[in-house]
Design a protein. Structure first.
Lengths: 91, 281
């Protein structure tokens, strides 16, 4: 067993961690696992970043406060928080 | 024969269907064929020794019949004008069991077959992707996923690579024979096929040949206020509020570019009068 980092990318509607989550990607610290769009799911694991914190996730990256510029040519959907949870995994 | 001679009024889209496309970026048609028609195309696709690329319609001529069905022609004429053209680029996606999902992307603009080489067009419908599925597509067969409303935005693929699942993504779980019409710039992806069946998707591109002088769909100007309200109000997918003004501006611009002389004039109206908010319990 070894302590390893699980990573959860949650994009929210605003920089407020209680704003609704727009998207999610979970990276498990297990060799060979992949992160994919899952067409069989119809909801995200957490409604907000705050919900994820309640379940033990810890924010390690906060979104850029400058946000989206309305005159920007390129758009990124949502404000991305990155969260971690340290858990024991088999090697 | 021009498309105008092939389109009956009954197959044209309505104002609300055009608004749906402007807002969401997609439209689904289910042209009526005998069930064995699609099964026959599936068998022919299975028998192909290699990918014919652009010549998929020469390898299996019956596929052209799908794209020439009056219901499909009516939808395309409604969105692109009655003189729309078929691009030379075509592609058949064979999605084997075990195929992994793609990342969210807008299709490449580096397709020389697109006649005018235009860039992203978030305020018009210049080109559409038209995807035909000859078999039922279940959620575990690698259905096409898309983000409704994303055609109005310009994606940076590398900056969007970490998104994974979107809360409001649409997954094309459709019956055999379905035709999915997409705005060319919509963010989409093929997903993982975890079934034990091969899933096919045949893609054609169609393009606008001329600018609209008038609506090419079944239009009634009496719907203008209702349509304008929808363009301002309807949600496609949850996005940050700072993008909403750009989204709404592009929706209205797209509608008006499609409508030609019947474009909707924007006039101030009081949207806030009415009942007071209810007390919070």
């Amino acid at each position: 067993m070894a302590l390893k980092q699980r990573l959860l990318y949650l994009s929210a509607q605003s920089t407020d961690p209680r704003s609704p989550a727009i998207s999610q990607a979970l990276h498990e610290p297990v060799k060979g696992t992949i992160v994919e769009i899952d067409p069989t799911r119809d909801s995200l694991d957490y409604d907000t970043v705050h919900d994820a914190i309640i379940y033990g996730w810890r924010v390690v990256h906060f979104p850029d406060q400058r946000g989206t510029l309305s005159d920007s040519d390129v758009d990124v959907l949502g404000y991305q928080f990155i969260l971690e949870k340290m858990e024991q995994f088999d090697d | 024969m021009t498309n105008a001679t092939r389109v009956s009024t009954g197959n044209l889209l309505s104002d609300d269907q055009i608004a749906d496309f402007v807002i969401n970026g997609y439209h689904i048609v289910e042209p009526q064929f005998p069930p064995e028609f699609h099964a026959g195309i599936y068998d022919e696709l299975q028998a192909l020794p290699s990918n014919p690329g652009d010549d998929i319609n020469k390898a299996i001529p019956k596929i052209d019949e799908v794209y020439e069905h009056p219901a499909v022609v009516g939808a395309l004429a409604s969105l692109l004008g009655h003189d729309y053209t078929k691009a030379a680029h075509r592609h058949c996606h064979r999605n084997h069991p075990g195929t992994r999902s793609q990342q969210w992307h807008q299709d490449s603009l580096n397709i020389p077959m697109l006649s005018d080489g235009h860039g992203r067009v978030p305020d018009h419908v210049q080109s559409v992707l038209v995807m035909y599925y000859p078999q039922d597509v279940a959620s575990n067969m690698g259905p096409t996923a898309l983000i409704p409303g994303s055609h109005l935005f310009l994606a940076a693929g590398d900056r969007n690579a970490s998104h994974g699942n979107f809360r409001d993504q649409i997954v094309a779980v459709v019956p055999a024979g379905s035709v999915l019409i997409l705005h060319y710039d919509i963010w989409h992806a093929g997903t993982a096929n975890t079934s034990d069946l091969v899933r096919y998707m045949v893609k054609y591109l169609f393009e606008r040949a001329s600018e609209s002088a008038e609506p090419s769909w079944d239009h009634d100007g009496a719907n203008d206020v209702h349509i304008l309200e929808r363009l301002e109000r309807d949600e496609a997918a949850l996005i940050q509020r700072s993008l909403v003004p750009k989204r709404n501006y592009r929706r209205a611009a797209m509608w008006n570019n499609l409508a030609g002389d019947a474009s909707i004039g924007y006039e101030y109206r009081d949207k806030w009068a009415g009942e007071w908010p209810k007390p919070v319990k």
